[in-house]
Design a protein. Structure first.
Length: 360
């Protein structure tokens, strides 16, 4: 028995040594891709997700599948990455889909819309609901296959030269934001300007804009917004759980072997979880630093949020009447949101509201 086992083992070793191993060992080709990010290298949270993704693919492939990661502006403008992927200029990008509502407002549903899903709900809709299927059907028209690529969690409401105390204070305000938020803000009398993250500080400093939103304490502190606008709003009712995506050219993805496709999916999933873990771990201390340095927090007034909610729901109904792609995705999204809100008001919200009232 021992001799037969040894012979079988030696036989397998001989096959491996002779280069006749199963196809999975040697069949993978060497591949080089380029990834265009919409974000600056200074943001280790958002830009870092793309770096983690590329690192894991390289490790899992034994170095055969290499992806170089390029910050916004290196290969193309931060808001030009969809065109880059669609046209095959680069194989993939890491971005926030709502940057591209100018192409079709349905892109926003891949990231966040005002009064939408929180981060866990968004992940649930993507992986266990119909979110990933519906968004991939939509992105197919742009030669894109998407994978969830991170979430910031609920964001802060931005930096203001003066606090907002009532709805009327928003009228005429020059505010940096993106996505569907801009359309809702405009209905509130806000003058909206869409700027990449790297351009916000200078615009605030020069007074080109009066206020701006980005993400939250950790990133905002890095970018120095507290130095040019002292008042910090919360919550970002327009970004309860904004998701980032990896956009991959459909032809490039289709040309991968099954093993490489699995590596891409696994690496994207890790990057997706890792990003929010970083934000959840780093935001508390960053907020303490900001407040200690003189930042003044204020909550958006209820009349402003109530009117924003009313305008948002009206906008979504209008879009459903005139944009078939939006209607198809949003109908499913809104049904999922309704079911989630029914559940979250009990266990999750009940637990959170109690804990946040305690002195720990």
């Amino acid at each position: 028995m021992e001799r037969r086992s040894f012979v079988r083992g030696a036989g397998l070793a001989g096959v491996l040594a002779a280069g006749s191993a199963p196809a999975i060992v040697h069949a993978q080709a060497n591949i080089r891709w380029r990834l265009a990010s919409s974000f600056p290298k200074s943001l280790d949270t958002i830009f870092g997700a793309a770096e983690l993704f590329a690192k894991r693919v390289g490790e899992m492939s034994g170095g055969k599948f290499q992806i170089s990661v390029h910050a916004g502006g290196e290969l193309m403008p931060p808001f030009g990455v969809v065109d880059g992927v669609q046209n095959g200029t680069v194989e993939m990008a890491h971005t926030a889909p709502y940057y591209f509502v100018g192409k079709d407002i349905t892109f926003a549903l891949g990231t966040a819309i005002p009064f939408g899903l929180n981060s866990r709900q968004m992940t649930a809709w993507m992986y266990e609901g119909n979110g990933l299927t519906l968004m991939r059907e939509f992105y197919a028209a742009y030669n894109i296959v998407n994978f969830p690529g991170g979430n910031t969690g609920a964001q802060m409401g931005g930096w203001f030269r003066k606090p907002i105390t009532k709805l009327a204070d928003l009228k005429g305000l020059r505010f940096r934001t993106v996505g569907v938020t801009g359309q809702v803000m405009e209905r509130l009398g806000v003058v909206v300007q869409a700027l990449p993250g790297a351009e916000i500080y200078q615009a605030l400093e020069k007074g080109t804009i009066d206020a701006a939103e980005w993400v939250g304490p950790y990133d905002d502190l890095k970018l120095g917004f507290n130095k040019v606008a002292p008042h910090y709003a919360y919550p970002a009712w327009w970004e309860g759980g904004p998701q980032l995506d990896f956009f991959i050219n459909s032809k490039a993805f289709g040309g991968l072997s099954a093993e490489y496709k699995a590596m891409v999916q696994a690496a994207a999933s890790e990057a997706h979880v890792d990003m929010q873990a970083k934000y959840d771990a780093r935001n508390p201390n960053a907020l303490r630093q900001l407040v200690a340095g003189g930042t003044k927090l204020f909550r958006f007034p209820k009349d402003a949020m109530d009117e924003a909610f009313k305008q948002a729901m009206g906008l979504y109904a209008e879009l459903s009447n005139k944009n078939p792609a939006w209607k198809k995705v949003y109908t499913d999204y809104s049904k999922f949101r309704s079911e989630q809100n029914l559940w979250w008001r009990f266990a999750e919200a009940g637990f959170d509201s109690y804990m946040q009232a305690q002195k720990i």
